[in-house]
Design a protein around this ligand. Structure first.
Ligand code: SAM
Length: 241
């Protein structure tokens, strides 16, 4: 799978993503990440990519021309038969979720367009964007961190990127619940003991404990998810009758 991040700050994106698991996945050719500098595509002789918004208002707006040309240069290199999406990261998009990450992981190539300043001229967005995605109800200075969040969450779903494929299957949001608490050595730390059942070696009991803890944690920390889980359980029970 290939990610193309279109940005005015390619170094920020590459420095962030070329470390740890995503960096290793690129080296092992499980994924590819390419940061495209939108400024390289401006036709302005002074290298400008932004201008004042029509109608007034605070701040500057990224202009249509360099964004469009940067996008086209990437699209031209992608074979017709490849599944692709062009995502504009924006606080005005739909909220990013694990379900969305799974949907995007089924694509061959993702273009992630990062805005800066007050955003991007609407006309170019209308022409190139397929998905508008927000990483939360707050406003960042630029789209780079949002694009990095999406690349990271999608990349770890690509087969071979995580060392242990099983780990994605037991994590929060894979199903309807948050993951259970976890412990590592030593078995006593600051006077706190690891729950006895985890040391018991009885896998059936361990699995039952993990499920119970998942339910409790979801109820405590995400009552909205817990309420949905309870409703789904009730529906399942009705269907079983
Ligand atoms: N004027 C825009 C508005 O009110 O909707 C906000 C522009 S913001 C200062 C600059 C850029 O940061 C946006 O174009 C977008 O790419 C990115 N951005 C900011 N907040 C974001 C969020 N919550 N999710 C995704 N991208 C975001």
């Amino acid at each position: 799978m290939k990610f193309h991040v279109l940005t005015l700050f390619p170094d920020m994106v590459m420095q962030g993503l070329m470390t740890s698991i995503t960096g290793r996945a690129v080296q092992q050719k499980k994924i590819d990440i390419d940061a495209v500098n939108i400024r390289d595509y401006t036709q302005d002789k002074h290298g400008r990519v932004d201008d004042y918004p029509y109608g007034g208002g605070a701040g500057m707006l990224m202009q249509a021309q360099p964004v469009y040309d940067a996008c086209q240069s990437v699209m031209e290199k992608i074979p017709q038969n490849k599944k692709k999406r062009v995502i504009y990261v924006t606080p005005q998009g739909i909220p990013f979720t694990q379900a969305k990450a799974r949907e995007l992981a089924a694509q061959d190539e993702l273009l992630l367009l990062c805005g800066h300043y007050e955003g991007i001229d609407e006309r170019v967005l209308e022409e190139v964007v397929t998905d508008y995605i927000s990483i939360g109800d707050y406003v960042l200075t630029g789209g780079e961190l949002a694009a990095m969040v999406i690349v990271d969450a999608v990349a770890r779903l690509v087969p071979g990127v995580l060392g242990n494929e099983q780990s994605a299957l037991t994590e929060s949001f894979h199903g309807e619940l948050l993951e259970h608490p976890q412990y590592s050595r030593p078995d006593v730390w600051h006077g706190k003991k690891v729950p006895e059942v985890l040391l018991s070696g009885n896998q059936k009991h361990i699995d039952a404990w993990k499920k119970e803890q998942s339910i409790l944690r979801t109820k405590e920390r995400r009552p909205d998810l817990y309420a949905r889980y309870v409703r789904l359980q009730e529906c399942r029970q009705l269907l079983m009758k």
